[in-house]
Design a protein around this ligand. Structure first.
Ligand code: KIV
Ligand code: NA
Length: 274
């Protein structure tokens, strides 16, 4: 029988067919993701791609819950994971649990994701030991943009050992999988070999246990910037621009609406057409 994918299923897919993860923020997109992917990630990237924020820093619990609920409604098999927004978990394991519990209870998603390695290990252990499955996220952690000083590759040269230590730490803390963002491909491969939990790469090369992209990026809907790791599988932004332009022109020309979109004042007689 069909039952939703759970964190333990994801963990057991280590080393197998690559895990397919894609972000989703709405019910219709969740339905599409549900047909083709293993995990629908309600990423805090929604702050940028849906709400026009300059970074993920301003994303709130309320935004994550609203979009999380919409996504969970669209899923029948894929698993939802909800990002913990900036400021909702860094202060203490207790703060993290309180907010993770809200995300899970109020959306119905079975798991959360949070950013950080070694320094978040205690919090990850606190959550996982209390019934909150955690997907970790290391390498480039966009919520730390202000301390990282931009969205650069993380883990070249001497920094590689630190990223490896982060990976081992989140696994030992009980994370069921870990996102590796913008990590050099050789390092991502070594981390993937070393860990027993699946690595989900974004800008981390092909040898991770799975891949994730931001759906609006891969559809060509969000085009403010385009990281090297994004492949555009469609051009929704262009298609939408053309459609809106056509609509505007037809309205101005009174070409739309046509008679087929309008309602007659009198019902047609029985047996008559139209
Ligand atoms: O917010 C997000 O979409 C993410 C993925 C890119 C991993 O964290
Ligand atoms: Na995120």
């Amino acid at each position: 029988p069909l039952r939703p994918v759970l964190p333990a299923d994801i963990q057991s897919r280590k080393g197998g067919t690559p895990l397919v993860v894609l972000t989703a923020y709405t019910t219709p997109m969740a339905r599409i993701v549900d047909r083709h992917c293993d995990v629908a990630l309600v990423g805090d990237s929604l702050g940028m791609v849906l709400h026009g924020l300059p970074s993920t820093i301003g994303v709130t619990m309320e935004m994550m819950i609203l979009h999380g609920r919409a996504v969970v409604r669209g899923l029948t098999k894929a698993m939802a994971v909800i990002d913990m927004p900036f400021g909702s978990y860094e202060e203490s394991p207790q703060q993290a649990f309180r907010n993770a519990a809200r995300l899970i209870a109020e959306t119905g998603a079975p798991a959360v994701k949070l950013e950080g390695g070694l320094h978040m290990a205690e919090t990850i252990a606190f959550l996982t030991s209390r019934g909150v499955p955690v997907m970790a996220h290391i390498g480039l952690t966009p919520q730390a943009v202000n301390t990282l000083g931009g969205y650069k590759v993380v883990g070249r040269d001497a920094e590689a050992d630190k990223v490896m230590a982060d990976a081992v730490a989140v696994q030992e803390a009980g994370a069921f999988s870990v996102v590796l963002e913008k990590v050099p491909e050789g390092l991502a491969s070594r981390i993937t070999q070393r860990l027993t939990i699946p690595t989900i790469g974004i800008g981390a090369g092909v040898r991770c246990d799975g891949q994730v992209l931001v759906v609006d990026d891969m559809l060509g809907m969000f085009t403010d910037f385009r990281p090297k790791f994004v492949k555009r599988f469609a051009n929704f932004g262009e298609t939408a621009d053309e459609a809106v332009a056509a609509y505007a022109a037809e309205v101005r020309d009174r070409a739309f609406p046509g008679p087929e979109h309008a309602f007659a004042d009198v019902l047609p007689a029985k047996g008559a057409q139209g």
